[in-house]
Design a protein around this ligand. Structure first.
Ligand code: OOB
Length: 540
């Protein structure tokens, strides 16, 4: 981590698109050269009285939303924030989140989009790397007091001077609101500069900062909205953490705003809460991670609410097992869309006119014709269609480098600007991708390489196994042994029964689990993906 950062300079350490590529995206009309906040303002002129954002406490129309964001922007500036400043945003899913996000954008500040589950290690690291001067949070959630985190943060990242809290601010500042007149002096941002920062989703090491520009992120949201066929009549439920790329811009909040639709926030993604919200607000679109999709599918059996308004159930963030995709698509009337995306850029979707098999077996195809995807072997040589390899990508909304992370960038990007995703994929002749695993998610057992996902997929075919994660644990004889952690419905099979089942399915002997752990739940990341690093720590 660099010790000295030009705190005032938003673009230092930012890797932009090379001129010819940028010119092409602009000429083709993909990049609009507008500040990102215009995505809201443009619609507010067209439909001032339509509902824009709701949570359990309040609803703002488009006009009210703009007014609240303007007042908030002015308040931030009055309180000393300056255009170009980086500010850590860590709110619960709420209208307040949306007002703060657009308040920061309108004031020219660049929010760092952290999730409620992030804790001081991650927040301090992100604040330090971003050179952040501000931190925004709610006072507390059910199980965590963010003011305590703020106290740690000021000692660990002393440049963070401005702390604003919704609710009881204790020694910090309440959320500021000011006179929008003062916004007249805010300079228009460079549309090719970072508008906001996403946080990388990996489960290894500390998160990295992903600078998304006004141009690339608006394209991300609008192209996603087009594919989802969103209109002003759609209502989108934010059930995943709102600051994550998926519910934020795929198409998420920003995509829904771009067409004048309505966004409803909730902090509780469980079906007993969300199904009622779907009925109440006539929700048409929602994004889930696979574990939640599984729970929602099961809940349709007993939850009484009318959820027939739901026309698009997006599932992504981790591999949706084929049996789960089939089950979900059946109970939700063909509403499933698989989404394979990354904060770094590339988003793949299955489409409404894809046949069932494509929707249940693939993770979709890139959203833009300008996405430049390569699938390469260990030597970086392109593989034939149908063969597995690592996915590399470059394009109009994929970053050319992490923010202020030269060392990572040397590893994670090729010389000609492709992002090395670390994802192992296979491409069908139709262009659809099947994600088969992570390049590095391999167990080396007695000298043999075993891909964890191969074993997991076979375990998930067992009728009583609901979730499975396979990890390598240290072993004196083998180097690594294969441990399968499973969550079951009803009585759990024992190791010999599991091995017999896998043998019946033709799984090679050396890929058989050496150890079986039946657990009540698997540890998950901030957005709800299985967290293998924590699992290994729990199992050793
Ligand atoms: C989304 O973004 P991130 O940045 O939290 O995580 C990206 C990684 C991918 O590189 C891949 O390893 C995994 O998550 N992933 C999937 C997947 N979707 C994401 N693996 C298998 N199947 C899928 N459908 O997770 C994200 C961002 C925008 C939209 C959707 C997901």
């Amino acid at each position: 981590m660099p010790d000295v950062i030009a705190f005032g300079d938003l673009t230092s350490g930012f890797a932009d698109h090379p001129g010819p590529a940028a010119a092409r995206y602009r000429d083709l009309g993909l990049w609009l050269d507008l500040p990102l906040w215009r995505v809201l303002w443009d619609q507010a002129d067209a439909r001032p009285l339509a509902d824009a954002v709701s949570d359990a406490d309040r609803t703002l129309t488009y006009r009210e939303f703009v007014a609240a964001a303007q007042a908030r922007a002015a308040g931030f500036l009055d309180a000393g924030l300056r255009p170009g400043d980086r500010v850590i945003l860590q709110n619960q899913n709420s209208v307040e989140f949306a007002v703060n996000l657009f308040g920061l954008l309108r004031g020219g500040m660049a929010p760092v989009m952290t999730l409620p589950a992030h804790r001081i290690n991650e927040i301090a690291h992100l604040a330090h790397t971003a050179g952040a001067v501000g931190y925004i949070c709610h006072d507390a959630s059910k199980d965590f007091d963010y003011r305590g985190l703020a106290r740690d943060l000021v000692t660990r990242a002393p440049a963070v001077q401005s702390i604003f809290v919704t609710g009881d601010p204790a020694e910090f500042s309440p959320m500021p609101d000011g006179d929008p007149e003062s916004l007249r002096d805010v300079p228009a941002p460079d549309p090719d500069a970072p508008a906001l920062f996403l946080v990388s989703g990996g489960t290894t090491g500390l998160p990295k900062l992903i600078a998304r520009t006004h141009n690339d992120y608006r394209f991300n949201a609008q192209r996603s909205a087009e594919i989802a066929a969103l209109t002003s009549r759609d209502t989108y439920l934010v059930a995943l953490p709102a600051a994550h790329n998926f519910p934020l811009a795929c198409p998420g909040l920003l995509g829904v705003l771009s067409v004048g639709g309505h966004t409803v926030f909730t902090d509780n993604p469980s079906p007993d809460n969300t199904f009622d919200l779907i009925e109440k607000h006539h929700v048409t679109v929602v994004a889930l991670v696979p574990a939640l999709a599984q729970v929602w599918t099961a809940a349709t059996e007993w939850e009484p609410a009318d959820i027939s308004s739901l026309r698009l159930l997006q599932v992504g963030g981790a591999k949706l097992a084929e049996p789960d995709a089939i089950a979900a698509n059946a109970v939700f009337g063909g509403a499933v869309q698989q989404v394979f995306g990354m904060a770094e850029g590339l988003i793949c979707y299955t489409r409404a006119d894809d046949d069932n098999e494509i929707v249940t077996r693939t993770q979709g195809r890139p959203m833009s014709d300008l996405d430049d995807v390569r699938i390469v072997d260990d030597n970086g040589v392109d593989v034939a269609d149908g063969s597995e390899g690592e996915l590399l990508v470059r394009g109009p909304y994929t970053i050319r480098g992490y923010y202020r992370a030269d060392e990572h960038n040397a590893r994670s990007f090729t010389g000609d600007g492709y992002y090395r995703s670390g994802d192992r994929v296979r491409r069908l002749p139709s262009g659809h991708l099947m994600v088969t695993g992570r390049i590095k998610d391999t167990i080396v057992r007695g000298g043999e390489n075993v891909a964890a996902d191969d074993v997991e997929e076979n375990l998930l075919a067992h009728p009583d196994i609901r979730q499975a994660a396979v990890v390598g644990l240290p072993d004196p004889g083998l180097g690594e042994k294969i441990c399968a952690a499973i969550v079951t419905d009803g009585p759990a099979p024992d190791l010999p029964a599991v091995r017999a089942f896998l043998a019946d399915r033709g799984l090679a002997t050396f890929k058989q689990p050496d150890q079986l752990r039946v657990v009540r739940s698997l540890p998950v990341t901030a957005v709800g993906k299985i967290d293998k690093r924590t699992l290994v720590a729990q199992l050793t």
